[in-house]
Design a protein around this ligand. Structure first.
Ligand code: SF4
Ligand code: MSK
Length: 653
């Protein structure tokens, strides 16, 4: 946004981000007198009480503020203790995150139904093999049935994910038996997402659930309704409708913009609008229109999570993660930024105004003051996409801003899935997770880490992601990635097989033999469900325990910022995974609620939370947990015995 006071320059651009392209644009923004998020984040001093979750505004007898340094000294006007206040705040964060993913999942299911019912003609069922596989996984008999018959039954079954009032969500059939039994014992198997979110909101009303242990059960249930519910529905049906990704080479960073082209960026989370844009930009009419205005053509690129999804699925170039969405507009080269839902900063509106870029909202659930709204309707996608193209081409033809595009662009391999990991290690005829398990058991791969999540202007953009992943792979931990974290590592060059030498001797040997990178990109933040399914397949393949909590795995969101990230973290913890968050965590050390999340849940047989800000410290917290699980499984000695002779090399693949 245009700044009416001089922007403070206490911190150099390169201290705000390790992404050189973003730093270049931050410097330009400062020269242009435009304030963007990276500087706004630096200038904002968070409330010291809010940052530790020691305040409550759930009723108007308050808001009540407790002292984070002496949290048991006072209670709220209603008598709520610090544990109740923190648990309720955390609950509402998780409820919002889970609601976001479930809302996305419901929308994807609605599109799928509309295709099956013939109401939507511009999209179709692309992957019938995956359709059958998913249908079978929820107990649908597929033998002898037509594709659309199976699809119809799948619609009915998956609808329960959202609408069930009782029973168990369909995808809980994929949960390893021991894990599911624990959920049943504790009464936290998710029923329907709408019920779980509603109940959690209700229980956090003043004067309702004021026992943090009991509240935590519903927090877990609501989070599980995200990971094993709406998010999984979104990932699986998107694959069925638009194609299951497989490894593909794609370019990342702002250098994917082209000065002589009409540049259109799509940013958000839902694939349908992006798919619609992808189809529209190849229309010869608009290519000719662009050329008539002096452009060489139309350049469609992605950002943030829908960008990560389209890059995985179609190799569409990606201009950067959450931390770069305002900075990219400073190039002056963006003719239109088209957005749908989630993680769309309101600040884009004023930055776009400064650079005469069209900011176009397309979804009825996400309007932004100052943006142009052109609604995307799946039954008639061209109505929206044609208007966007016309606006972008017109802006190119009358570009008044000087254009400065950073040169940075990095090629990498994206588009891994749980299905591809199975195929990659086992081959077409013996695809299975056993080779992965064997390499974990023999110690070449020490364990598996999911490193995911956002960027946050509270820390130098991308720096924690990159340092953390570097340390993990150096210690033979295979890293699975999604979301904005994947983009950070892609920009840093880790998502190529050539990065294998950065890994420790065991992991690099596996990578070189199989020809895979030590860091596997699985797509958007919704696609974290691919990690859940891969982990379940590891349990099923045998040799690594009976439940998800037995696996030598850990997760981390080192630069998290969103409520969706908290919901994701909680569904991993409730599924059995040790999950570390960087930056900070909204609880106070030494309180009972903090102790429950960070220790007690593990003692009950779940995963647990961890928190630290230093990437090396985080890496070693994760590695220590992986080693602890290796010891419990009795495979801790194997790493010491790991041999690297030729006969062993032959056994790896
Ligand atoms: Fe204060 Fe209790 Fe009202 Fe919260 S619910 S604002 S702690 S009185
Ligand atoms: S977009 S939730 S900043 S990963 Fe999924 Fe990125 Fe985090 Fe949004």
């Amino acid at each position: 946004m245009a700044s009416d006071k001089p922007i403070k320059k206490q911190v150099s651009a390169s201290e705000r981000t390790i992404c050189e392209a973003t730093a270049q644009m931050l410097e330009k923004a400062r020269r242009d007198g435009v304030l963007i998020d990276l500087d706004r984040g630096y200038e904002m001093k968070p409330c010291p009480i809010g940052v530790e979750s020691a305040c409550c505004k759930h009723c108007y007898m308050g808001p009540c503020r407790l002292n984070p340094r002496d949290p048991y000294k006072k209670v709220g006007v209603c008598g709520a203790t610090i544990d109740t206040i923190m648990a309720r705040n955390f609950a509402r964060n998780v409820a919002t995150g889970s609601a976001s993913h479930n809302d996305h999942g419901m929308h994807i299911l609605k599109l799928f139904k509309d295709i099956v019912d013939g109401h939507v003609k511009d999209f179709a069922i692309e992957d019938t093999i995956k359709l059958e596989r998913v249908a079978k996984s929820v107990g649908i008999e597929v033998e002898g049935k037509e594709v659309y018959e199976v699809a119809k039954e799948l619609c009915v079954e998956l609808d329960k994910t959202f609408s069930n009032v009782d029973g168990e969500m369909p995808f809980t059939k994929r949960v390893p038996k021991a894990t599911l039994e624990q959920w049943r014992k504790d009464g936290i198997v998710p029923r329907g997402a709408m019920r779980e979110v509603m109940e959690l909101m209700s229980r956090t009303h003043i004067g309702c659930d004021q026992e943090y242990n009991n509240l935590t059960k519903q927090i877990s249930r609501t989070a599980l309704a995200d990971g094993w519910g709406g998010s999984m529905v979104a990932t699986e049906l998107s694959d069925i409708m638009f194609g299951t990704p497989s490894p593909t080479v794609a370019e990342v960073n702002m250098g994917v913009l082209k000065e002589e082209y009409v540049n259109i960026i799509v940013h958000g989370h839902e694939p349908a609008m992006f798919e619609g844009m992808l189809a529209a930009v190849s229309d010869q009419f608009y290519i000719d229109e662009a050329k008539a205005r002096g452009a060489a053509g139309i350049n469609l690129v992605g950002m943030c999570c829908s960008g990560a999804e389209m890059m995985s699925r179609h190799g569409v170039p990606h201009a950067g993660n959450f931390g770069s969405t305002e900075a990219v507009i400073v190039t002056g080269a963006v003719d239109a930024m088209v957005v749908d839902i989630q993680c769309i900063k309101q600040g884009l509106s004023s930055v776009a105004k400064c650079y005469d870029t069209h900011l176009i909202t397309t979804n009825p659930r996400c309007h932004i003051e100052g943006a142009t709204h052109i609604e995307f309707e799946e039954r008639d996608p061209r109505d929206c996409t044609d208007q966007i193209l016309a606006k972008a081409i017109s802006r190119f033809g009358s570009r008044s801003m000087p254009v400065e595009i950073p040169k940075q662009v990095q090629k990498g391999v994206h588009g891994f899935t749980h299905e591809y990991i199975e195929y990659m290690l086992g081959g077409t005829f013996r695809g299975s997770y056993s080779p992965l398990n064997d390499n974990i058991i023999n110690g070449r791969i020490r364990g598996v880490a999911g490193v995911v999540g956002c960027t946050n202007p509270k820390v130098q953009q991308d720096s924690v992601h990159v340092a953390l992943v570097r340390e993990l792979i150096k210690n033979d931990v295979l890293v699975l990635q999604t979301g904005c974290s994947q983009i950070a590592l892609a920009k840093a060059g880790f998502l190529t097989p050539e990065a294998a030498p950065l890994a420790g001797p065991g992991l690099s040997e596996v990578c070189e033999t199989v020809g895979m990178p030590p860091v596997l990109g699985l797509g958007s933040c919704v696609d974290n469900t691919r990690i859940l399914i891969a982990a379940s397949a590891m349990v099923e393949a045998g040799g690594l325990g009976n439940s998800l909590a037995d696996l030598p795995v850990a997760g981390c969101a080192p630069e998290w910022m969103s409520e969706k990230a908290l919901a994701i973290g909680q569904y991993f913890v409730a599924s059995g995974v040790y999950t570390v968050f960087g930056i900070g965590f909204p609880t106070i050390k030494g309180t009972k609620f903090h102790d429950l999340l960070f220790n007690g849940l593990e003692q009950q047989g779940y995963g647990k939370w961890g928190s630290a800000s230093d990437p090396i410290e985080i890496a070693h917290m994760m590695i220590a947990h992986i080693d602890k699980k290796r010891k419990e499984l009795g495979i801790d000695k194997a790493r010491e015995r790991t041999l690297v002779d030729m006969s062993d090399r032959r056994d790896i693949a």
